[in-house]
Design a protein around this ligand. Structure first.
Ligand code: BGC
Length: 717
């Protein structure tokens, strides 16, 4: 019933902004008119272009073109510039490679690999004529059930920041502009147009802004997309404090700010606040409305020119106008892209539980039963604007296990609905192992609504039934974050969190299950024993049924406080492992957790000095050795604990990590540099980052709860 209702909503959404498609005829391959750089800087070229534009051209330019573009500038001979969603590949321009979702990128703990994937996405964009990617999204996983958490980079601001920087650099290295989104506090899909995030300054700075700050300052992202929701009572698209104060002011962002699709509620306020481009079209930034504001003197032509200089400056810097719109020579859906997609998918798989060496399924396994609702047609990602059409590529989990299982090992698919019929029970009982494919389809985990905490469609009961029949049940689950495991986890020996792995999902999961690949992903979120353990969910709507289509479809045109629904971020800093640590709660699987088929030993932990001077840094060093029998990768994690502070601090915070690949017996030296910012909190009194002198501890480990070494040092007072 719920599914049917959601599917109706999905089809409605598809006819709206989420399923946009750019007609081929619009992406003119010869659009490039050969504007010569003539030795001028991108800024000078942008300036000259703006000076040559008529007022009509300028007024029309601030509203999107054909839902996914920036219009051509005939006076300068410049073609339209095309945009595309999103983080896991190119959408809206036909089929493309579907890469792992954002949550899998974070689960790889491998920003270098994420950069390789983003570069491949950019190549596919170039091939299709796309110069601006509407991603990556880097909102924090505040609640585990947020529909879009699968697109984002998990619950920790440091991990999200490192991942987004890798992504932005990789993408922009190929001349495609990144749009980091949704700025900011779009941490839920329930009522996303009206959800007014009430969040204090310190929490904003320490949790919800660092990924954006890093994307802009370190990654050099060319574009930022404002969120649908209001923040502290002001819509994100007209939030001057966020757009002009923090983003363009403090962080010195020189790029363009575009709105999310249908999220502008005023012309003057949004214009003045720092919004540069309204998408998908100029409803408020329409020529008529803007001209009226000009005529009344409420805005000036100089301000209009400033916005155009920003937009064009980004395009010139990226070389958008110096190349053909479509680049047929740019690699597209080729072997290289398939290889990097598979490599990231394998590197993202988090083996959470493996009792008694239940995995891998190697020698001696003669029959594997594959069951569960996601065994066939395993989802490649969650739903909404991030989903990529990769039809015709790769197989699902059952297909890939069937293909890759060694000769002599039979792989049988057993469908299940409400239970296992008698014949199926016999098959399950006599199999050497059962792989149960669980999780959320792309309707169940999607943009536009939040999902259930419990696995849908009675999956928990089905897992328990399978476990009653066979002692070697391996659960593989696809979700954008944490979900209910407590009712079945003790009944099974093995559990893999499969995130969303793109088109390579079948092969990546099968290779890990069969021991052809060694898992090395780590959870970028905590997994709780109970939903209520998350401090952030107090008073939060629990299931997608709480969402009505009216709320999903868009706001009433009411930009007053009456049109908002307050969501208080009352848990403040207690999000993710910070919450579990501070409240002494035992997670089921901690943030940063993930097992391997080999074993690692961390040793020789030490510091470069026992005291850090102001403005200086300190090095934390250790050695990691693969003491097992197979090659593998481990993620060494560095957390910092502030032992003496006048304000409350989370017990520890991630400040460094390194993914290290080692052959059996091999050892590597690891080092992290800690500076003052890594020791700081946001001091509301001074409105700045502040590190108080005194004792700190550096904790080195392989998850947030597997700490192998603790080192103490002082920061000069
Ligand atoms: C989403 C954005 C997306 C845009 C264009 C919106 O509904 O929130 O993330 O980029 O649509 O498809």
């Amino acid at each position: 019933m719920r599914n049917r209702r959601l599917k109706t909503i999905v089809s409605k959404m598809m006819s709206g902004n989420v399923g946009m498609h750019v007609p081929d005829s619009l992406v003119d391959p010869d659009g490039f008119k050969g504007l010569s750089p003539e030795g001028r800087s991108p800024e000078e070229r942008a300036d000259a272009t703006v000076r040559g534009m008529s007022l009509e051209e300028k007024l029309a330019a601030l509203g999107g073109y054909h839902s996914l573009g920036f219009r051509a500038i005939p006076s300068a001979g410049l073609p339209a510039v095309w945009f595309s969603d999103a983080t896991s590949g190119v959408r809206s321009y036909g089929k493309a490679t579907s890469f792992p979702a954002g949550i899998a990128m974070a689960a790889s703990w491998d920003p270098g690999l994420v950069a390789e994937v983003a570069a491949a996405i950019a190549e596919e964009g170039r091939h299709k004529g796309v110069s601006v990617l509407l991603g990556p999204g880097c909102n924090l996983a505040r609640v585990p059930t947020c529909g879009r958490d699968f697109e984002y980079f998990g619950e920790d601001p440091f991990l999200a920041a490192r991942t987004v920087v890798g992504y932005v650099r990789g993408l922009q290295s190929k001349g495609v502009i990144a749009t980091v989104k949704h700025f900011c506090c779009n941490n839920s899909e329930v009522d996303r147009h009206r959800m007014n995030a009430i969040v204090d300054e310190r929490t904003l700075r320490e949790l919800y802004l660092p990924a954006f700050e890093a994307a802009v300052k370190e990654g050099g992202a060319g574009a930022v997309m404002s969120a649908y929701n209001p923040v502290n009572g002001v819509w994100a698209s007209e939030n001057g404090r966020l757009l002009s104060g923090i983003l363009k002011g403090e962080w010195g962002f020189a790029g363009l700010v575009m709105s999310d699709w249908i999220s502008v509620y005023s012309a003057k306020e949004a214009f003045k606040a720092g919004l540069d481009l309204e998408m998908p079209k100029g409803a408020w930034f329409s020529p008529a409305r803007l001209r009226a504001l000009l005529d009344s003197g409420e805005i000036t032509e100089a301000e209009l020119d400033g916005k155009l200089r920003r937009i064009l400056g980004v395009f010139f810097r990226a070389g958008v106008y110096d190349r053909p719109v479509r680049d047929g020579a740019s690699p597209f859906r080729d072997a290289g892209h398939e290889e990097v997609a598979l490599r990231l998918a394998e590197g993202a798989i988090a083996l959470c539980k493996n009792e008694g060496g239940a995995l891998p399924l190697g020698a001696g396994v003669a029959r594997i039963v594959v069951t569960g609702p996601l065994a066939v047609g395993t989802p490649r990602g969650g739903g909404g604007s991030c989903s990529v059409n990769s039809e015709g590529r790769d197989s699902d989990i059952f297909g890939a296990l069937h293909e890759l299982a060694p000769a002599g090992c039979e792989v049988v698919h057993v469908p299940c609905a409400r239970g296992f019929p008698k014949a199926a029970r016999g098959l399950l009982a006599s199999a050497d192992a059962v792989v149960f494919c669980a999780g959320y389809t792309e309707v169940e985990q999607s943009e536009s609504w939040d999902r259930s905490w419990e696995l849908p469609e009675g999956q928990a009961a089905l897992i328990r039934s399978a476990a009653a029949l066979n002692p070697r049940v391996v659960v593989v689950a696809h979700a954008g974050g944490d979900f209910e495991t407590e009712s079945w986890i003790d009944a099974v020996p093995a559990f893999i969190h499969g995130m969303y792995l793109g088109q390579s999902v079948g092969h990546a999961v099968a290779r890990v299950i069969l021991g052809l690949a060694n898992p090395s992903g780590k959870l970028p979120f905590s997994m709780a024993r109970a939903y209520g353990d998350y401090a952030a969910v107090a008073g939060y709507p629990r299931t997608p049924d709480a969402t009505s289509f009216k709320k999903v479809a868009g706001p009433k045109r009411d930009r007053t406080r009456a049109g908002m629904v307050d969501v208080r971020y009352g848990e403040k800093l207690l999000v993710g492992y910070r919450n579990f640590d501070a409240r002494g709660l035992e997670p089921r699987f901690p943030f940063g957790h993930g097992l391997s088929y080999t074993r690692f030993a961390l040793s020789g932990a030490g510091l470069s000095a026992a005291r850090m001077v102001r403005g200086g840094s300190i090095e934390v060093r250790a050695a990691l050795r693969n003491v097992g029998d197979v090659a593998g990768a481990e993620v060494v994690q560095l957390y910092i604990a502030d032992a003496e502070c006048s304000v409350m601090r989370p017990p520890k915070e991630l400040k460094g990590f390194a993914k290290v690949r080692l052959a059996p017996g091999e050892e590597a030296a690891i080092s992290f540099t800690i500076d003052e910012r890594a020791l700081s909190f946001w001091d509301e009194a001074s409105g700045a980052w502040k590190a108080e002198g005194g004792k700190f501890r550096a904790l080195l480990g392989t998850s947030s709860r597997a700490i192998a070494a603790e080192l103490e040092f002082d920061l000069e007072g």
